[in-house]
Design a protein around this ligand. Structure first.
Ligand code: SF4
Ligand code: SF4
Length: 314
């Protein structure tokens, strides 16, 4: 497994990053034991980088995995906006994964220069924690070109985790080419880039060989996070990242991985899920949530806010 430097951050990671959203209660809902087993399996195949979030609920899975996979570089992210919320989120991360050091801590779902300015107190706190040796690097995650364009104005941001894929699915304010231009400019400032959703949240699974080919061949992306839910997916993705001749066959067998989202009958039409969805994929029709799966990137964030537990990503 190829190791790469994540820009100027000082972090060295495997190019394949294990995205843990797909094993989380927001999606497959694996137990910590089930999730840890996959994380350890990937580690044994050379994966040394994993991504989680305060929101995902996968800290227990990671904590368990670290017993047998101690050298994982951990990236997490949270919705903190000031010193207090950042301090609390960082403490949850330390406690959650059972370490007193987080390699990469990011602000989750940033959108633009304005949201970055609005969260600057949290960024400054995180930068201070970095200087004190409690965090390896500070970053931001985003679905917006505007955020990638603005990030270099904040010297504490060493890493960006942007949404990008061959079809540009899920980019909120532009095309794949717009995002590439923004990433190119950020890289000129030495910012490390690790991409999210190379398979468009699941839409590109049918053509995953081509979709992964785009991500793997892009000189703009230092590392790439992929959600993996089974041994077969790990084997296929590791093979693709290692350029193995068997990668095509292994990926071909995974066409059935196509994700789906469903809303149970007991939806009360409260609209919380619609307000949470940044992809504008949800409408309330006849008193029930209706999801346009062509717009959905299967993040599961709407499920988290549903008071009736009606939404399921499978
Ligand atoms: S949050 Fe839940 S109950 Fe409310 S509209 Fe959405 S699916 Fe229905
Ligand atoms: S509908 Fe739900 S799962 Fe789909 S993009 Fe919106 S928040 Fe994410």
């Amino acid at each position: 497994m190829q190791k790469v430097k994540l820009g100027r951050s000082g972090l060295t990671v495997s190019r394949l990053c294990f995205g843990t959203l797909t094993m989380s209660p927001l999606q497959r809902g694996m137990t910590p034991e089930e999730g840890a087993k996959l994380l350890v399996y990937a580690y044994e195949r050379g994966v040394r980088f994993l991504d989680t979030a305060d929101l995902y609920g996968t800290y227990p899975h990671i904590r368990l995995a670290l017993r047998d996979a101690p050298d994982y570089v951990i990236s997490t992210k949270a919705y903190c906006y000031d010193e207090k919320t950042a301090q609390e989120a960082l403490k949850r991360a330390y406690r959650g994964v059972g370490r007193d050091f987080i390699d990469l801590f990011m602000l989750h779902e940033q959108e633009s220069l304005y949201t970055l300015r609005g969260h600057e107190e949290a960024l400054r706190y995180l930068a201070d924690q970095h200087d004190k040796g409690h965090i390896g690097a500070v970053g931001v995650s985003t679905h917006f070109c505007a955020c990638v364009n603005a990030a270099p104005r904040f010297p504490m941001i060493d890493v960006i985790h942007p949404l990008i894929n061959a079809a540009g699915i899920g980019i909120q304010d532009g095309t794949r080419e717009d995002m590439e231009a923004a990433i190119r400019a950020a890289r000129e400032h030495g910012i490390g880039i690790f991409a999210m959703k190379p398979l468009g949240g699941g839409h590109l699974i049918g053509g995953s060989r081509e979709a992964l080919g785009y991500a793997l061949n892009s000189p703009l992306l230092d590392a790439v996070a992929i959600g993996m839910q089974s041994i077969e997916e790990i084997d296929a993705d590791v093979a693709a990242f290692e350029g193995s001749a068997q990668a095509s066959d292994k990926l071909e067998k995974l066409r059935h991985r196509q994700r789906q989202i469903m809303v149970h009958d007991w939806c009360e039409g409260c609209g919380r899920c619609r307000d949470r969805c940044r992809q504008h994929a949800i409408e309330i029709v006849d008193g029930r949530a209706r999801i346009d799966s062509s717009k959905c990137v299967f993040c599961g964030y709407c499920a988290k806010v549903c008071p009736q537990f009606c939404i399921k990503v499978i």
